[in-house]
Design a protein around this ligand. Structure first.
Ligand SMILES: *[C@@H]1O[C@H](CO)[C@@H](O)[C@H](O)[C@H]1NC(C)=O
Length: 309
């Protein structure tokens, strides 16, 4: 990623006089380290000082054999996306307590290396809950060995398991943060927590502290919730940038107004723009009109929103 920054700067440099060139090279060699942040003043993301907007696509490495990862990522790049978004399913990596598997199709670090090689940024969603994308939101079934466990809450046994898992996963992710020379620009905490009954702020505070402890103070942490003020009430919390999700049928103005309720300033973000929808067994296959997707997408782009398809 630093290569990109250097390339971007070196073109105009050639046209300047020698002193300027030296000053710039000096500045570069001092290593203004890679940075990625929320710019609350200009309502955008900022990457290495430059305004930045992502148009991203979801891809789940856990659904694709490793041999196809590069092919799929390359196709996403060729489709014009500049970032990908992926979940990390807890149950996929810790099938039994304390038995971690990051080999073969589970080698998420290799997946991150490939995305960087291809030139895509990464929006990482390590959960611990990952919604309907897997049974029980990707939480390992062994958590249910404790009969009265309250998942996604301050339940002591749940928290102990989360701490242990994140203590394994997040240090592995840290070298892949943009600030550390990797492709990960933002990291999501939990998922659509505002849709869950518990509304346990202490749980969200705990996760925030846990993610910060492992990943540092610089990385942009965020939440995603349905585009309604009611969802954002229990889903958003201080220090996590609040984003929303909605499909092509939504009223974009109203949806982003909901985000603005939680985040008066900063970039507009639709973290899940539904180009399709899930199928229920026995029901008709869900299809979304591509014309509607294109229309809705271009409206979001017109208001300078960031979007993940
Ligand atoms: C969309 O939402 C905005 C803001 O809430 C509202 O003013 C507008 O009438 C809505 N548009 C439609 C077509 O419902």
């Amino acid at each position: 990623m630093t290569a990109g920054a250097v390339r971007g700067l070196s073109m105009p440099v050639l046209r300047f006089n020698g002193v300027f060139l030296l000053l710039l090279l000096f500045g570069l060699s001092l290593g203004t380290s890679p940075s990625f942040s929320v710019d609350y003043k200009n309502n955008c993301f900022r990457k290495d000082g430059e305004q930045f907007r992502y148009i991203s696509g979801s891809i789940h490495y856990s659904r694709i054999p490793r041999a196809y990862w590069k092919d799929r990522l390359l196709k996403m790049y060729m489709a014009g996306l500049n970032a990908i978004q992926t979940y990390v399913p807890w149950n996929y990596h810790e099938e039994s307590p304390g038995q971690y598997d990051f080999s073969g199709d589970r080698d998420v670090q290799y997946f991150l290396k490939l995305t960087q090689e291809i030139g895509l940024f990464v929006i990482l969603r390590p959960g611990p809950y990952i919604c309907a994308e897997w049974d029980m939101g990707g939480l390992p079934s062994w958590l249910l060995n404790k009969k009265n466990i309250v998942l996604r809450s301050s339940d002591a046994d749940y928290i102990a398991a989360v701490d242990k898992w994140m203590g394994k996963l997040l240090p592995m992710m840290k070298p892949y943060l943009y600030q550390n020379g990797g492709p990960i620009i933002t990291v999501q905490v939990e998922n659509e927590y505002g849709s869950y009954f518990a509304c346990d702020y202490n749980y969200m505070r705990h996760l925030t502290k846990l993610f910060r402890a492992h990943l540092g103070d610089e990385v942009v942490l965020f939440t995603t919730d349905g585009a309604g003020v009611n969802y954002l009430k229990c889903g958003s919390i201080q220090d996590l940038y609040a984003t929303v999700d909605f499909g092509p049928g939504a009223n974009i103005t109203a949806a982003f107004e909901a985000q603005r309720h939680a985040e008066p300033y900063g970039p507009l973000v639709n973290s899940e723009f539904y180009t399709g929808w899930l199928d229920h067994w026995g029901s008709r296959h869900s299809v979304v009109s591509s014309a509607l997707v294109a229309k809705s997408l271009s409206r979001m782009l017109a208001v300078e929103a960031n979007v993940n398809l």
